[in-house]
Design a protein. Structure first.
Length: 185
């Protein structure tokens, strides 16, 4: 790992948002690919924070089931939401990426979460969120869970159109929404 990426990870661990932003800009200006900055800098720092978040002593807030919808292989955002929810005191069940609507239904039956979070990174996979909500409704489980959605192409209007209970614009917003849903906010 390069020095600048190590410094980015350290700044995240220390909570220095301003310096992190400066270092990310510098790394980009120096030609470091954005994906490398994400993987070796930003996520490396977040991974280091995870044990500290979990050691925060938060009381159990509830159970959150997270997955990236069918057709989508992106899981960085979902993984960040997972860490933030764990840090907020939730038990997190991560069912992965490219998850079929029926797999969400089966996971809800098995784990009985209070909150279900769906992620989509591609505009072409956003529709799978609506299909998944419909499958949850058809299985008779919709009134048992609050559903939150997120991802780069998703917004609050889309969330309402597909029948989700809420939208998180980023990982901290997703964790806050989950807390709101269970009355822990």
């Amino acid at each position: 790992m390069s020095k600048i990426l190590e410094r980015i990870a350290t700044c995240i661990l220390e909570g220095d948002v301003e310096q992190t932003a400066k270092l990310v800009k510098r790394a980009l200006d120096e030609g470091t690919p954005a994906g490398q900055i994400m993987d070796e800098g930003l996520l490396a720092g977040t991974t280091q924070i995870r044990p500290l978040l979990l050691a925060g002593g938060s009381k159990q807030a509830g159970k959150v089931l997270l997955g990236t919808v069918k057709g989508d292989l992106h899981d960085i955002g979902k993984n960040l939401v997972s860490m933030m929810c764990e840090g907020a005191g939730f038990e997190v069940i991560d069912i992965g990426f490219n998850v079929e609507p029926e797999a969400f239904v089966e996971a809800i039956k098995k784990h009985q979460p209070e909150v279900v979070g769906m992620s989509a990174m591609l505009t072409t996979t956003m529709r799978a969120m609506g299909y998944t909500i419909k499958a949850i409704e058809e299985a008779g489980l919709r009134d048992r869970v609050k559903i939150m959605v997120g991802g780069a192409p998703v917004d609050a209007d889309f969330s309402k159109r597909i029948g989700a209970d809420g939208y998180g614009s980023n990982a901290p917003a997703g964790a806050d929404l989950a807390k709101k849903f269970v009355g822990a906010a």
